[in-house]
Every structure is written in structure tokens, then in C-alpha cells.
Design a protein around this ligand. Structure first.
Ligand SMILES: Cc1ncc(COP(=O)(O)O)c(C=O)c1O
Length: 397
């Protein structure tokens, strides 16, 4: 057991100046309470009562530090309409690259196109316990790409996460299409979530009144990026298969793995499964082309069954017919096979098909974007633009 002296210092034991320094600094208040450019003004920080005293804590006693007697933040208490006004001002000041065009929420039972109102309840079990699942679909030229395949996975994820459906499949599908229609988006993506819903802040979802459905349409007109990237082996552990095969909102390992790769100039970090075989990236699948010109993809039993990867497997048959590939295999792939492949690529609805030129210190093939990755990207793009109705759902505008 850790001794009391080795534990991090409690607030009451910390040097008074460090805490009070930040509290007295009015820029702290401005950063935390003001909305740049909104015109809202705040009175300076008010301090009342006695000066901060350093308190010693007797071993084995519980300590609490009550600042309410010494410091008073000038936090405004707002009416609903004032909150709305501030949410709008806040949105207008976010200079993000992405435009959110429409949101559906089963909580308010409709669609909004005002980004300031695209919010979800704090007591939603997805927010405070991660009890939610999600999925996506690309919007290309006003069509939803692979919507049915993504909805099927969405519903499988919901069943694995024991989230019951607020509506039947047809209604969910119709809500998603209507949300895209209201957005008038022609290029971008649709993202949607099912959660256990709002209710209370308990661990058990038994207090959640009813499951919730949310969807948002994001405009993205950037062309697909074909430039080859570098990847690293992830030091962040992969999720156990039970969680890796469902698309839950628990993406912390994925986020940390992406950040780890970016820190070293990489695009993504690659996970191996618990038997040491190549698994997947944080939001994409991987594939290789062997020296014998075979397309090789890790099997999907312990990773997310990627809709794009599965579509690539079907479209790649064309390349076999043309003699550009000698065959297609979905099986366990060793790291040795992966690193000595003549091509490696990342595959997903976000990246589409992105060549990998280097994995850790190993150059893949000749270190240049390869012909099979290029052909597969072109096949996917063509499929998105002119594919069969099984993969393209028209959105009424
Ligand atoms: C962990 C993980 N693997 C693979 C994929 C690729 O799946 P898809 O092609 O359906 O986007 C994703 C993307 O959502 C993912 O998050």
C-alpha cells in the first residue's frame, strides 16, 4: 500500500500561491468564462473573506478544502434563452474546418439545421458511461454510400451493447435519409449514434427512460488524399475481441493510438491481435499485396468488420480478372508478411484506400505508392459515384 507521504499532495498541502495565483489571474477567468467576440462582459473576479491558509492534514484524516469562503467566481446564472444566445455565439466563433449541416435527435424528435442546438443530454448513458454505439456513411454526389451495410453493422453493435432500438430498422433508415435530405449536403458524411438514453447518472442503465437515436451531417468537400503515409506499431493495447468487433463509442484506445502515431510523424498506429497477427488501425482496416501479387487481408473475427474493406474485397475480383492480382485471401497475416509485402494500404470510409510507404523502420515495397492501391482507390471512387443501388441510396433533395 502506498504510504501517505508518497501520495500526490492534496490541494490543502499544495503551496497556496500556486492555486491562488491561477485564481487571482483574471486571464484565467476570461479564458474560462468569456466568449471571444460575443460581446458578453464579465465583472472582475471578486475575492472575499480571509486569505488562503496552508492547512496541514493529520495522517489518517479526511481532508476537504473549502474555497467558497475565500474566493467567489463571478459565474453568471443564465436563463434558457441566454444559454441559447451564448451557444450560438460560441458556435459562430469556432473556426473549425467542418460544417455541421443538420442534426436529428430522438430527444427533441426532429431535425435542426442550427449548429448551436446540436446538443445531447448530459445524463445520456452514452455521455457519462460510454454506453452507446455509432456508425457512419459517406455522402457522395447526394447519394449515401453503403448505407444498408453500415446500418446492419450499427444494429449488430447495438445488440452486442445491449441497447434496444427506439424505432425499427426501416424507421431508423428513413430518419437518416431525411436528415441528409434536410441538410442539402452533397459531399460529406453522415454519423449516427444509438444510446441507452438519458435518465440518471448511475452505472446501470435501468434508470434510462428510453434509448436515443442521434444523427449528424457533416460537410466535407476535400478530395480523397492519395499520398502515401507512414505507420507505426501501436504500443496502446488493442481492445479485446468482444469490444473490437462492435463499434461502440469507447474509442479512447483508438484516440491514444492515433495520437501516438501523430507524435512521431505517422498517420496511424497498427494493432496486432493477442496472437501477434496484424489486426487493424484505429479507424481503418489494413491490406497487403504480396510479392506473388495476392491481395491479403487480416480476417475479421477479432476486429471491426469494415464495410469499405469488405467492398474492396468484392471489387478486387475485377483486378484478378484483369491479371493485376493473382488472388485474394482473408486470413491471419504475420507481421513479417506485412512488412515484406510489396504494397500495404489502409482501408476505411474515412481514408478510402491510402497507401502505406513505411511501417516502423521498414520501407514497404519500393517505398512508393503502389499500382494495386491506386487501382483499388479508383474502383471504390467509381463505385461511390456510379455503383449499383445496393451500395448507393439516393437522397431526395
Ligand atoms: C476500428 C476500426 N476499424 C476499421 C474501420 C473501417 O470501417 P469502415 O470501412 O466501415 O469505415 C473503422 C472505421 O470506422 C474502425 O473504427
Amino acid at each position: 500500500m502506498a504510504s501517505l507521504s508518497s501520495l500526490p499532495k492534496s490541494i490543502s498541502e499544495s503551496p497556496c500561491s500556486a492555486i491562488m495565483g491561477s485564481l487571482f489571474d483574471t486571464s484565467f477567468v476570461r479564458q474560462n468564462l468569456s466568449i471571444p467576440g460575443s460581446g458578453f462582459r464579465y465583472a472582475p473576479l471578486k475575492i472575499k473573506g480571509r486569505p488562503c491558509m496552508e492547512t496541514k492534514v493529520a495522517p489518517g484524516t479526511l481532508q476537504t478544502t473549502d474555497f467558497s469562503d475565500s474566493v467567489l467566481f463571478d459565474v453568471p446564472i443564465l436563463s434558457g434563452s441566454e444559454v441559447m444566445e451564448r451557444l450560438k455565439a460560441n458556435r459562430e466563433n469556432i473556426k473549425g474546418k467542418q460544417l455541421f449541416l443538420a442534426m436529428y435527435s430522438s430527444i427533441f424528435g426532429g431535425i435542426t439545421t442550427d449548429p448551436a442546438t446540436m446538443v445531447i443530454p448530459m445524463d445520456d448513458h452514452m455521455v457519462h458511461r460510454g454506453h452507446g454505439v455509432f456508425d457512419t456513411a459517406a455522402i457522395m454526389d447526394g447519394y449515401l454510400y453503403e448505407l444498408e451495410q453500415h446500418i446492419n453493422r450499427f444494429l449488430r453493435s447495438a445488440s452486442m451493447a445491449k441497447i434496444s432500438l427506439p424505432f425499427d430498422r426501416e424507421t431508423i433508415r428513413s430518419i437518416l435519409i431525411q436528415t441528409v435530405s434536410a441538410s442539402k449536403c452533397r459531399q460529406g458524411s453522415l454519423r449516427y449514434w444509438l444510446s441507452a438514453g438519458p435518465g440518471d447518472f448511475q452505472l446501470s442503465p435501468s434508470g434510462c427512460q428510453q434509448p436515443a437515436l442521434y444523427a449528424i451531417v457533416i460537410q466535407d468537400q476535400s478530395p480523397p488524399n492519395w499520398k502515401g503515409v507512414k505507420v507505426f506499431s501501436s504500443s496502446i493495447p488493442i481492445k479485446p475481441p468482444q469490444f473490437a468487433i462492435m463499434k461502440s463509442v469507447n474509442y479512447l484506445p483508438n484516440v491514444l493510438s492515433k495520437m501516438e502515431a501523430e507524435k512521431d510523424g505517422g498517420y496511424a498506429a497498427i494493432w496486432l491481435d493477442d496472437d501477434g497477427y496484424v489486426a487493424e488501425g484505429p479507424n481503418m482496416n489494413v491490406a497487403f499485396v504480396t510479392k506473388e501479387k495476392e491481395l491479403l487481408m487480416p480476417s475479421f473475427d477479432k476486429i471491426l468488420s469494415g464495410c469499405t474493406a469488405r467492398r474492396v474485397l468484392a471489387l478486387a475480383e475485377e483486378l484478378v480478372k484483369e491479371g493485376k492480382l493473382s488472388g485474394i485471401q482473408v486470413r491471419n497475416v504475420t507481421v513479417e508478411e506485412g512488412k515484406t509485402a510489396s504494397e500495404m494500404m489502409l482501408i476505411g470510409s474515412g481514408v478510402l484506400v491510402r497507401p502505406v510507404l513505411q511501417w516502423d523502420e521498414h520501407l514497404i515495397g519500393n517505398g512508393k505508392e503502389g499500382p494495386v492501391a491506386e487501382a483499388l482507390l479508383n474502383l471504390i471512387l467509381e463505385d461511390m459515384k456510379n455503383g449499383p443501388t445496393a451500395v448507393r441510396v439516393s437522397v431526395p433533395q
